[in-house]
Ligand binder design. Sequence first.
Ligand code: NAD
Ligand code: MG
Length: 398
Amino acid sequence: MQPDSRTLTILGATGSIGRSTLDVVARHPHRYRVFALSAHRQAGALAGLCVRHAPRYAVVGDAAAADSVRAQLAAAGSATEVLVGEQALADIAAHPQVDTVMAAIVGAAGLTPAIAAARAGKRILLANKESLVMAGEVFLRACSDGGAAVLPIDSEHNAIFQCLPAGQRTGAAAPGVRRILLTASGGPFRRASAAEMSQATPEQACAHPNWSMGRKISVDSATMMNKGLELIEASYLFGLPEARLGVLVHPQSIVHSMVEYEDGSMLAQLGNPDMRTPIAHALAHPERIDSGVAPLSLAEIGRLDFEAPDLQRFPCLGLAHDALRAGGAAPCALNAANEVAVGAFLDRALRFTDIARVAEAVLQAIGSRAAGGDVDEVLEIDREARSVARGQLLRCAA
Ligand code: NAD
Ligand code: MG
């Protein structure tokens, strides 16, 4: 082991980002040691990862999953200890032997362990954008109080981070920056009509043209709510108001985002659409390591296209702009409403185009309240927004 090797907890290890992280880590066994892995209920997948990466701890969401993982690990002769529940998640995120935490749980469930990592001063590789959307100020305050560093994993934010001056502080605007432009692929429905979208199935919504991702973020990409959540994420990470953040549809997903400077320069980061690039960047920062991603061949790609987003067909993006401008409880309420609506859509209990209706109704009901001042207040807003959203689901179904 090298003296500068890093010890990692991966929250959400069985997910798309978790597995890509383990792929990069396995390419550099002397640099990274896996200390703990978590999954919600995928006992078989988690047990397999434990056998392969030999962490000290594995954490799951409930007792049944724990029994199953324990039985599989015992049969494989693994020494990994299995723990259960939210406190265990926070413990592996804040453990004194860990220096780096990959926060890759999907949704609001990722907030509490991310805050635990922040308070414990970890180097946080932040994939869980929902933490920032729900609780931007609370999360950044926990990072500065705990002395934690945040390295963005979301490909757009990682690209922007790479285009900003080295050493730029999280949450503060970099000098000389005029605007930040987030690129968006446009998702599977970029060319679909509103009528076609109203009939969209979960399978169609999850068939992303360029990226392979978990189901929730795939639906968010199809509605473009993902880009909306990313605008809010960017506003907190890079300290810019809504008016200085823009979205540009770029169907090839090669330019991952751009920073425009006062002098007219625009810096962009390019690469093949593969999350192992931002993951490897953040793992090794400020060094560079192999990620396993194929080199980019611009000659083969031939052309890069850009167009303005269509807010008529993608109202979720407009709602996110509104929520960011409004501030207060609006981003948290929007995120919660979206999670409920996307869950219902994936369960075939809500039409694709009703996701935006549910989100809009929740913003109208509670979006003008003040932001939560601490984690408990944030979670209270999240609960209330979910309850309003569930009521709205019934109205859409009626
Ligand atoms: P995924 O659905 O593939 O995996 C989610 C992981 O979280 C799994 O390990 C699952 O077991 C765990 N999990 C789910 N619910 C949980 C709960 N209630 N409590 C504890 N653990 C739970 O998701 P993903 O696509 O890997 O996305 C993870 C995060 O990264 C999301 O916040 C997403 O927005 C963000 N992100 C993903 C991508 C991508 O390419 N997949 C890109 C950018 C950002
Ligand atoms: Mg992204």
